[in-house]
Design a binder for this molecule. Sequence first.
Ligand SMILES: C[S@@+](CC[C@H](N)C(=O)[O-])C[C@H]1O[C@@H](n2cnc3c(N)ncnc32)[C@H](O)[C@@H]1O
Length: 228
Amino acid sequence: MKSFRDSVVYSFKSLLFRTGFKRHFLHTYPYNFFPSHLAFFCECLDKTQNVPGSIVEVGCSLGQTTIYLNTHMHFNGIEKPYICIDTFSGFTREDISYEVDNRQKDKKELDAAFTINSKKWFDETIRSHEQYGTKRVTSYEADVNKFDFKNITPSISFALIDVDLYLPVKSGLEKIYPLMSKGGIIVVDDCNRDHKLWDGAYKAYMEFIQARNLPEKIILGKLGIIEM
Ligand SMILES: C[S@@+](CC[C@H](N)C(=O)[O-])C[C@H]1O[C@@H](n2cnc3c(N)ncnc32)[C@H](O)[C@@H]1O
C-alpha cells in the first residue's frame, strides 16, 4: 500500500504525465555511449587495474560515463584517482574556428553543443554518488589545449579522450601519451571518418598514430585505441 507521501508524489507525477514535463521524470537512457562501449571501458579498467597511474577522462560533460565507470570501479575494488577535465561550457572559440575555417563545419551546431553545463552541477552529481567511492574523482574546469597534466599526476593508466574536434583531441593525445604507463590504454572517442561533425577526432587519432608508427585499431565503430 502506498504511504501518504508516496500517494502525493504519485498524484503529482500523474499530473505532470499529462504535460510536456513528463520527459523530466520518465526514465531515459542517460549515456552518450552504447552499452558495448561502456562494457569495453569497464574491461579496460579491469585490465589496467594493476598498471600504475591515474584514470583520466578528457571531456566529461554531465558525468554520465564518470558515474558509470566509478560505480564499476567501486564494485570491482579498483582504487586510483579519477581525473576529469572539461570546459563545462562546450567547445572553445579557437577549436570551433578551426573546424569552421579548415574543416567546413557548421558554426551554429558547434556553438550550441554541450553549453548547458557547469562544474558546480558536475561536482554535485559526483558528490551525490559518494556511496560508489566517487571521492576519488577530481574535476578541472579547463581547456585541454592549455592544460598541464604533469601538474596533477605523474602517470596515467587509462585515458578516455572524448572532446570530438580536431584540435582538442590532438592536444589531449600529445599531452597524455608521454605520461602513459607501460600496459596503459588510451581510448579516443569518435574515430569515425564518416561522421558529419566529429570526424576531426578521427583525423587527429590517425595523424597521431601514423607519426609514431603505432598500429591503427578502431573498434566498435568509433573507438580509437592506443595500447602502451
Ligand atoms: C561528448 S562530450 C563528453 C561526454 C562524456 N565523456 C560522457 O561520456 O558522458 C564532449 C565534452 O567535451 C568538452 N570539451 C570540448 N572541447 C573541450 C576543450 N577544448 N577542453 C576541455 N573540454 C572540452 C565539452 O564541453 C563536452 O562536455
